[in-house]
Structure formats: C-alpha cells, structure tokens
Design a protein around this ligand. Structure first.
Ligand SMILES: *Cc1c(COP(=O)(O)O)cnc(C)c1O
Ligand code: SF4
Length: 442
C-alpha cells in the first residue's frame, strides 16, 4: 500500500478490492451494491488493509462501519432497489426511486437546514450554524467529504449527490465577518464532512486570519475530524502534513487553544503504528485531541469496547469527550439501541476508568433544543423515570437542570419519551416560544 497516496473505493470499483473478492459471497457483494445505491459508500486502502479484520467479516465492526449491509435498508426498500437493479431500469427511474427512499430516511434530523442558520445583513449564510451562544459551527465548502464514509453518518445526504441538501460556504470573508461581529463567540468548530480532507493551504486561509487581534474574543479553534481513524497519514506522510503541523504550532503560539475533535468508534482505530504516530505528532504541537463517537449496535454496543477505547485514548494522550446516541436518520433502525441500554454501557465503562477518563459525557442526544444527556433511571415514589439533563441548550439556562421522562425500555430517541408524572410538556417546551424569540432577538 502506498502511504503517500490515498486510494479509495466506492460503488464503481469496490469489486477491485482483493479482500472483497476473497472473503465476500456473491450475495454480500450484491447487497453492497443495492444498499450503496441509497446510502453513501466509500472506503480506502488503509481501512481495508489495516483496520478491517477480514477473518471476522461480516461481523467485523470496522467492516460494518464502512461497508453497506443488507439490514441498513428496510426490507421493502431493499427489495425495490434490488429488483430495479436486477431488471436494469433506466437511470432516471432508478434515481427517482433512490431519491424517494432517501426522503423517507429523515435526511435532516434536528432541523439542521431550516434552523440555526445565521444571517448577515438579513441574508442567510449557508455554511455557518450558530445554535449555542459560544460556539460557531463552520462547514467549509471544500471539507464536505471524508476519507471514508461511516455507514451510520447523519450527514449522509451531502455525500450522495443531493446537492440541494448540502449546506456549505465558500466565502472566507463571510466567516471572518460573522465572528468579528459576534463577540459572544469563544469557539469555532470547523467541521464537515471532514475539514482534514482539505489541503493545508486552504485550511490555513480560514484559520490564520483568526489569529489576529480582531479575533481576540475567539479562544478556541476546534477541528472535527475522522482523519485519525480513516487516514492518519494526513498527519505523517501526506505531502503537506508537515505544513499542517506547522499551522497547528502557529495557532498554539498565538495563544489559542487548538482542539482536534477526533471521531473514533472502536479501539481498533487506535492500534495501528500510523495512528499512534499521528497522535504523537499532533500532541507535539501543543494541540489537544478530544474524542467522540456514537454508540452503535453491531459496532460498539458493549461496555468492554468503550472501556478499552477510553483507556487506550488516555494512554495515548487523548481526552474522551462525548458518547452520542444514534441519530434519527438514515439507517437508524439498524444501529439503534434502547436509551436504557446505551446508558448501561456508558455507566459500566465509566465505572471502570479513573477520573482522568471521566471527562467523557454521555450518552447524549443531539436534538433540536440541545444536547440531552441520559443520566440514568430511578424511581420517584411509584414512578420509574429517566433522569435527563441538557449538556448544551439553545437556551443556556436549560443547561444542567435535571428533568424527568417516563421510563420506557423501548425508547431509542428523545421523540419516544414522554414527560414523567403525567405532565403534558417538558419544562423547556413550556417556555420555548418566549425564550427562543428572546434569545434570537438578543
Ligand atoms: C455539539 C455542538 C456544539 C459544541 O458543543 P460543546 O458542548 O461546546 O462541545 C456546537 N454546535 C452544535 C450545533 C453542536 O451540536
Ligand atoms: S467521518 Fe463523520 S462526517 Fe464523515 S462519514 Fe463518518 S460520521 Fe459522517
């Protein structure tokens, strides 16, 4: 494998992967084609050669993380696409069928497109999202793809070519102007897709200006990335890897906190020599690495996996940050586990690590009103309840207030929960309209 050249595979050439030919049955190969027509599919040589244990396929967690599986489509949808492909229907007809199925997979959970998009001079700025007062999300237009795709990705619509579903921004100016005018912003989170897909030069053009005195209110620059998991050579042997690390040096030297928000779903992603070297090189710049992942059936729905993952991360100098719940989009039916089980997994793993790894928070649901953590279950008088709280809220006053939902062993997402004690609304729903309009006006 050539470490200096990223070679990736998708629906058009996956049959050329030697392991696909050696280890997969005819049916499995067909399933990839069917499901990959609806959900995004891309892997690369590093994932194929160094992360997936092909002896364990199809149960291998990294295989499930990156290769489409039959169960990711609902049986009816699978049958419709499979029949259509088998019959070789016209391209337009197939596209329409695929489009209709995608529209039923809730492509924009938590109102991502309609809400939270800020304005400058009354014009909506499409590559920014400003939902939580302190933190601005920035989606650079060239960072809206990844080195490989996760089969559970909630950003899947932007990878499958539905261009009107994308939200991206090309103007560096707009970004900088927005931050200059919003002194309440202390954090920018550059995200995607994966911003680390961009050339260092481009990343520099966004980041370097932020180091000047006009942006002294900006304290933290975060970069959300899966590159450590899917292409650690981005930080080691890529042609502009050294230049990238120099940029990190510069950010730190300017007195900003630089945090790489690294997405790892399984400890195996932390075991290769390449990822260890990449982590070391990033840490040497003075940047921190914080880690996050959703908890997913078939991939990491086991406390032992999280325990080992957090321990390995801490050993390598990373800071565990978030455990998320599978969002209500795409193949959620395949990946989701009951909230109660997610909390059990979190609790068990958390109980077995030292305080150094207890920086992690979760399990958390990213909902329209905010990030809601499941603290646990308990009984209050005769009512069994979930204890919840906001880790992050559209209204900052909601944060850290415990609240209760009726216990439901089957609930997999916040929408499944009802307020406890026979109430009709959660506390933040009662005053939502008033508070929201105040917040937006402020
Ligand atoms: C998670 C998230 C952030 C960052 O929140 P922190 O609690 O500061 O990590 C910012 N914006 C959005 C929309 C988010 O979902
Ligand atoms: S790396 Fe992140 S954005 Fe990219 S496919 Fe995976 S979950 Fe989605």
């Amino acid at each position: 494998m050539d470490k200096t050249k990223l070679k990736s595979f998708s629906l058009s050439n996956y049959l050329k992967i030697p392991q696909v030919q050696d280890y997969l049955t005819k049916e499995q190969k067909w399933n990839i084609r069917v499901v990959g027509s609806v959900l995004p599919f891309k892997v690369n040589e590093y994932v194929v050669n160094e992360l997936i244990n092909w002896e364990q396929v199809p149960d291998d967690p990294i295989f499930t993380l990156t290769f489409p599986q039959k169960g990711m489509l609902k049986p009816d949808d699978f049958k419709r696409i499979s029949n259509a492909l088998y019959k070789g229907i016209q391209k337009e007809e197939l596209n329409l069928l695929v489009h209709n199925i995608r529209m039923e997979l809730n492509p924009h959970p938590a109102g991502q497109v309609a809400h939270n998009v800020p304005e400058i001079d009354g014009l909506a700025v499409s590559g920014l999202q400003h939902k939580y007062r302190e933190t601005l999300l920035f989606f650079p237009s060239h960072g809206q793809t990844c080195h490989a795709y996760c089969t559970f990705c909630f950003r899947w619509p932007q990878f499958v070519g539905d261009h009107n579903l994308k939200f991206a921004l090309s103007e560096t100016n707009t970004l900088h102007r927005y931050i200059r005018h919003h002194k309440e912003i202390t954090d920018i989170l550059i995200t995607g897709g994966d911003p680390m897909i961009m050339a260092t030069q481009r990343l520099k053009s966004y980041i370097e200006p932020l180091l000047s005195v006009q942006f002294s209110h900006l304290q933290t620059i975060r970069i959300g990335t899966k590159a450590l998991g899917y292409w650690p050579y981005r930080f080691t042997t890529d042609p502009d890897a050294n230049e990238l690390l120099k940029l990190f040096d510069k950010v730190v030297a300017a007195g900003k906190h630089l945090s790489i928000m690294a997405h790892f779903s399984h400890y195996r992603e932390l075991q290769t020599p390449a990822v260890k070297e990449a982590i070391q090189r990033i840490r040497n710049t003075g940047a921190e690495i914080r880690t996050q992942s959703p908890v997913m059936r078939h991939i990491n729905d086991d406390a032992k996996i999280w325990l080992k993952m957090w321990k390995t991360q801490v050993k390598l100098g990373c800071i565990p940050y978030y455990m998320f719940i599978a969002r209500d989009t795409g193949a959620q039916h395949f990946f989701s586990i009951p909230l109660v089980q997610a909390q059990e997994i979190f609790k068990k793993a958390y109980q077995s690590v030292s305080g150094i790894a207890r920086t992690v928070r979760g399990p958390s649901m990213s909902t329209d009103p905010g990030k809601i953590q499941i603290l646990g279950t308990t009984k209050i008088r005769d009512d069994k309840v979930f204890v919840l709280r906001f880790l992050q809220g559209r209204n900052p006053e909601w944060v850290q207030q415990p609240f209760f939902a009726r216990f439901d062993p089957a609930a997999i997402w916040f929408d499944d929960l009802k307020p406890a004690f026979g109430k009709s609304k959660f506390f933040f729903e009662e005053d939502e309209t008033d508070l929201l309009s105040n917040f937006m006006a402020s």
